[in-house]
Design a protein around this ligand. Structure first.
Ligand code: SF4
Length: 268
């Protein structure tokens, strides 16, 4: 039997007992009730889908279990982050922010409150590429930023250590390891791969997925950033123009080289 991590709605936890789970809910209190008998070692994390909800029931419950705060409309919801700041005293918490107009402000508020940030970049159009470049500069240059902002953080480290991880791993969409369970119970590949029919063996590793399914476009096969991207930005629209995201990868590669130079010239 495979050992996928299933991202499931709280109402379907009983059907996945014994599996590794990320459990999502709109109301934190329902998580505490539904998971009261769960083996916490099989729980990988919690996902809170409504920032308007009261997260206080999670504060003293399952300490150290990672919690994701999922934003739908970052331009409007960022003030709601303040009410969840206490979660950080009990859990690692990251804010999942979709790259939509105005998302930069949500990133800055999240970072100022000491939340880690996880960006869902979608397939960003030129105006959003500029906003992403602005947020990247903030992440790279602002000394007060102490928390990771993904996908910048892991991609930067990948360039720095010459050990890149594809965005499928960095952004929790690895088809080798993860499955999404819809509210009505249907299982699918994770994230932007939802609805894609798998054409690889059930035990295929991510390298095989990338070679045979995820990065089959000629542009990907010849792309200098394939090891860091894995074809991620060609989904779901296969004709997406990658010029802007290649610029972002290039900026991160330059920043890693600069960091290496700075550390190399630092006195020992
Ligand atoms: S940046 Fe674009 S072309 Fe390059 S690997 Fe990623 S999706 Fe493919």
């Amino acid at each position: 039997m495979n050992d996928f991590i299933y991202e499931v709605p709280v109402e379907r936890v009983s059907a996945y007992r014994g599996r590794r789970l990320i459990v999502r809910a709109h109301e934190p209190a329902t998580l505490v009730t539904a998971l009261a008998d769960e083996e916490f070692e099989r729980l990988v994390g919690l996902r809170l889908l409504s920032l308007a909800a009261d997260s206080e029931p999670l504060n003293a419950w399952a300490p150290e279990l990672p919690v994701d705060l999922v934003m739908a409309d970052p331009g409007a919801e960022f003030p709601l982050l303040y009410r969840h700041a206490e979660l950080l005293e009990h859990h690692p918490v990251r804010v999942m922010i979709p790259v939509r107009p105005g998302f930069a402000r949500a990133v800055k508020v999240a970072v100022s409150l000491h939340f880690a940030v996880w960006l869902e970049p979608g397939q960003p159009e030129p105006a959003l590429i500029e906003e992403l470049a602005e947020v990247m500069a903030f992440y790279l240059r602002q000394p007060t930023v102490a928390q990771p902002v993904e996908f910048f953080h892991s991609t930067l480290l990948g360039f720095y250590h010459d050990d890149p991880a594809p965005l499928w791993v960095v952004l929790d969409a690895d088809p080798e390891c993860l499955r999404h369970v819809a509210d009505e119970g249907a299982e699918s590949l994770p994230g932007r791969l939802a609805g894609v029919e798998a054409t690889v063996a059930a035990d295929a590793d991510l390298g095989e997925w990338i070679a045979r399914v995820l990065a089959t476009a000629d542009e990907c096969r010849n792309c200098e950033f394939l090891p860091s991207c894995g074809g991620y930005f060609k989904w779901p629209r296969r004709d997406y123009d990658c010029a802007g995201v290649k610029r972002l990868f290039g900026l991160l590669r330059e920043a890693a080289a600069e960091l290496r130079r700075d550390l190399g010239s630092a006195p020992v």
